[in-house]
Each structure stands twice: as structure tokens, then as C-alpha cells.
Design a protein around this ligand. Structure first.
Ligand code: PLP
Length: 402
């Protein structure tokens, strides 16, 4: 009898974590590496949030909390949904977990039965298909084309829906492309979903606050209120408030789903860190002005990286609406040989050779379900990004086409 579960065999370790780890190992060996693999802001957590956490420790708020969140945080989340998204949730409809990832995990574990299908647009955040597989569900991938900004069409969504579809996972602005759906584009998708009342919507709004050039963020339950009763609206403080290490994510949704998620959490991690929850109360209720300042910094970095990549022979890079990622195509490099003698047959070959020969770590597109591309996380200073682009250009200029 095998020791490890059959379900686990279907799950891959996170490739983004693997690239970041490899970059760290090379750095430890003395190599000069620029790592653009990790998905976290380089900014520090704002001081008012840190102070709230310190105050919580000093006030002895260091015990178990209700499993899915302290009442003060649930109220702050209800207020946030009302203020920013026009969504009305009661505290009984809110779940707080250890990061947005645990929210998604709880929801999928609480609802999937073997054979249930989950529609995931590609390119996708690497964890969606693997969490679905852990829940013994079947990921159904719908590809977004580069020509349409990597956004899926209503026709493609319609074609992917079967009687076995349980969830549609929606992520805008997206990791890994930065693509953001306009209200009209999202409405076209929600019109399809309205016609299939057995399909639930999981909206991952993690990058809500990272939207540029006046792009207006919208979320499905807001665009189509008739979907409210079968939508889980997921968000968190990790990306917006530079709090990835604090591990707080949350969701609003129907009470019966929230209760089921609470049951999973109660038998796994119990509650998210009490101290981080108090920090998140301050993040949501406190001043919000740094959000726009940081957004402006990210927008300038995006422009720098898009221009830098488009100057590299063989690479084309679309301009995304948000997040802190770009997803350039390496179609023009496939089939070439690098100056170090490596054959570039896939986007993974491109990224491996780029790391070995120029010391730039990025994640290959196959990991996100759409090739031949790679993901750049531009949550780095402009000086580092300019150097990374210069190295990528040198790498591309060194490619020989047969
Ligand atoms: N959803 C998306 C699209 C993400 O990119 C991430 C983190 O990379 C998460 C969810 C998870 O966020 P958290 O760090 O709060 O678990």
C-alpha cells in the first residue's frame, strides 16, 4: 500500500516558489542574480498597521479567536465591501483565513466532490488547478488569447460549462498577466453564468487596488447582483497593504457556504493569527492614501518593464491593466540557440538559459498554463528593473536563429 495519498500524486509543487528558491541558492553561491519570480510587493507594511499589531500584543490579544475571524475584523470587512465594491454583507457572511490562499482552499474543500469540474481561465495563478486536484475535482482550463489581452470570451466560457461544473474561478486583475476585465467584459461573462444556475463564482479580487491608467475595478456580484447568492468574493490584505507575511485573507458569500468553510478551518488551522487580524483591522479602517501612491509607483515600473521588454529582439509584451506582473511572449525566440549553446525549444528552456547565462530569474509560462511566455514580477526598484531588462536584451541579442 503506498504511503502517500493518490490525490497528492496529482499535485505539483509551486513553480513560482521553486524559481525563487533556485535564485536564492545561486545568490548564496555568490552569483549576481536578479529575482523577478516572487509575487509580493517590495514595499514594507505601513507603520500604522505595524503599530496596531504591536498594540495588540501589548494588550494581550494573543489568544485563540473565533475560528473565522474576530467581530471587529468581520465588521471592517463588511464596511470595506460596502464602501469599495457596493456589496452588502453581514458579519455572518464573512470568513477570515490565513491568507487568501486558505480562503480559496477552504471553499474548494468544502464544496468539491470527485468529478466536479472547476473552470479556470489560463494563464492562471498556479495554485488554482492544484487546490482543485487536492479536492478531487477536475480543473477545466479555458485559454485567454494574447490578442484579447489574455481575457476569455463569453463563448469560450459557455462552451466549457457542463452539468458537472461546480465553480468558475475569476481573477482580475490577474496573476500572471495583469489583465483586468472592464465592466462590459465582465458583464458578458456574468450574462453567461446567469443562464447556468448550478455554477458558482469564485472571484479572486486580490489585486483590486493595483489598477492603472484609470482602470475601474469591478467584481462579479457587483456587476450582476442576481449572482450574489452563488458568488464568493475573495480578497485579502497581502498585496494591497504589503502584508504577505501576515497571512490574512477573507471572503464574503452566502451564509451556508461560509459556515462550511468555517468547519474546514476549525479542523485545520483553527483561526488566523490574532495579532495579524488586529493589524488587518487597521489596514482596512485606517488611512488609505498610500494605496494610490504605491499604485503610481507600480504603474511607472510597469511602463519601464513593458518598454524594456519590447526592445528585446524576439519578445513582445502587452500592456496590462493592473497587478504587478507582465506576461511577455517569447514566440520569436523559440527554435533559437543561446550564446551559451542552449537550444530554446520551450519557454522553460528560455527561462533556464536566461537564469544561467544572465542571472535573471523569471517564471516560465507553462507553469501558468499558457506558452510560450514568461512572467515578470516587477515589484522591484526601477534601477533593478532597468538592469534586468538590459540583461534580458543582451540574452536575446545573443540568440542565434538557425
Ligand atoms: N490569489 C492570487 C491571484 C494570488 O496571486 C495570490 C498570491 O500570490 C493569492 C491569491 C494568495 O494570497 P495570500 O498571500 O493572501 O494567500
Amino acid at each position: 500500500m503506498p504511503f502517500l495519498s493518490d490525490t497528492l500524486a496529482a499535485v505539483k509543487p509551486s513553480p513560482t516558489v521553486a524559481v525563487t528558491q533556485l535564485a536564492r541558492e545561486l545568490q548564496a553561491k555568490g552569483r549576481d542574480i536578479i529575482s523577478l519570480g516572487a509575487g509580493e510587493p517590495d514595499f514594507d507594511t505601513p507603520d500604522n498597521i505595524k503599530a496596531a499589531a504591536i498594540a495588540a500584543i501589548e494588550a494581550g490579544k494573543t489568544k485563540y479567536t473565533p475560528p473565522d475571524g474576530i467581530p471587529e475584523l468581520k465588521q471592517a470587512i463588511c464596511d470595506k465591501f460596502a464602501r469599495e465594491n457596493g456589496l452588502s454583507y453581514q458579519p455572518s457572511q464573512i470568513s477570515v483565513s490565513t491568507g487568501g490562499k486558505q480562503v480559496l482552499y477552504n471553499a474548494l474543500m468544502a464544496t468539491l466532490n470527485p468529478g466536479d469540474e472547476v473552470i479556470i481561465p489560463a494563464p492562471y495563478w498556479v495554485s488554482y488547478p492544484d487546490i482543485v486536484r487536492l479536492g478531487q475535482g477536475t480543473p477545466v482550463i479555458v485559454e485567454g488569447e494574447e490578442a484579447r489581452g489574455f481575457k476569455i470570451t463569453p463563448e469560450a466560457l459557455e462552451a466549457a460549462i457542463t452539468p458537472a461544473t461546480k465553480w468558475f474561478i475569476f481573477n482580475s486583475p490577474s496573476n500572471p498577466t495583469g489583465a483586468g476585465y472592464t465592466e462590459a467584459e465582465l458583464k458578458a461573462l456574468t450574462d453567461v453564468l446567469l443562464r447556468h444556475d448550478h455554477v458558482w463564482i469564485m472571484s479572486d479580487d486580490m489585486y483590486e487596488h493595483l489598477a492603472f491608467d484609470g482602470f475601474r475595478f469591478v467584481t462579479p456580484a457587483q456587476v450582476e447582483p442576481r449572482l450574489y447568492d452563488r458568488t464568493l468574493t475573495v480578497n485579502g490584505v497581502s498585496k494591497a497593504y504589503a502584508m504577505t507575511g501576515w497571512r490574512i485573507g477573507y471572503a464574503g458569500g452566502p451564509e451556508h457556504l461560509i459556515a462550511a468553510m468555517r468547519k474546514i478551518q476549525g479542523q485545520s488551522t483553527t483561526n488566523p493569527s490574532s495579532i495579524s487580524q488586529w493589524a488587518a483591522v487597521e489596514a482596512l479602517n485606517g488611512p488609505q492614501d498610500y494605496l494610490s501612491e504605491r499604485c503610481a509607483a507600480f504603474s511607472a515600473r510597469r511602463d519601464l518593464v513593458v518598454a524594456g521588454l519590447n526592445a528585446c529582439p524576439g519578445i513582445t509584451c502587452a500592456v496590462p491593466e493592473g497587478a504587478f506582473y507582465v506576461y511577455p511572449s517569447v514566440a520569436g525566440c523559440i527554435g533559437a540557440v543561446s550564446s551559451g549553446g542552449k537550444i530554446i525549444a520551450t519557454d522553460e528552456d528560455f527561462c533556464t538559459a536566461l537564469l544561467e547565462e544572465q542571472g535573471v530569474a523569471v517564471v516560465f509560462g507553462a507553469a501558468f498554463g499558457l506558452s510560450p511566455y514568461f512572467r515578470v514580477s516587477y515589484a522591484e526598484s526601477e534601477a533593478v528593473l532597468a538592469e534586468a531588462c538590459a540583461r534580458i536584451k543582451t540574452f536575446c541579442e545573443g540568440l542565434h536563429h538557425g
